[in-house]
Design a protein around this ligand. Structure first.
Ligand code: HEM
Length: 108
């Protein structure tokens, strides 16, 4: 059964654009990681002011393998040499879930 890992980011209002731009130029390495199934960056609209980085994985092992390797490279940030830029997020929390049920639209 798949697992969902959500990184919850507290982003000060003036840093939102910076965060979204960083994701727009993200490493795109996660797509080629074994066991990776889905990614979404979710911008808060109502009920919370935290951004969610939604990821879904075939199993816990796949996520752990990504965390120990490619994840680190994908979080160097900014690109273009120089110092590592200051994180746009002021804080983060990792949520973990097991997928117990799922559905997709019926296709004709
Ligand atoms: C330590 C706290 C973390 C912060 C502040 C953070 C923030 C960011 C930022 C700003 C990016 C855009 C690229 C960059 O600038 O480096 C990014 C990429 C990403 N983050 Fe995080 N992140 C954290 C940890 C995590 C964790 C634990 C996960 C697991 C769900 C995660 C999932 C991702 C994914 C999937 C990408 C895209 C990587 C790619 O395209 O290959 N992040 N993160």
């Amino acid at each position: 059964m798949s697992v969902v890992k959500i990184n919850v980011l507290a982003v000060p209002a003036e840093q939102r654009e910076v965060l979204e731009k960083r994701f727009a130029s993200r490493a795109h390495t996660v797509e080629s990681s074994d066991g990776f199934e889905w990614f979404e960056l979710l911008r808060p609209v109502e009920g919370t002011d935290q951004y969610l980085v939604y990821t879904r994985w075939r199993d816990e092992e796949s996520f752990q393998a990504w965390m120990e390797g490619p994840m680190k490279a994908a979080h160097q940030g900014g690109g273009e040499g120089g110092d590592k830029p200051r994180p746009a997020a002021a804080g983060s929390t990792l949520w973990s879930f097991e997928v117990v049920q799922q559905a997709e639209p019926k296709r004709a």
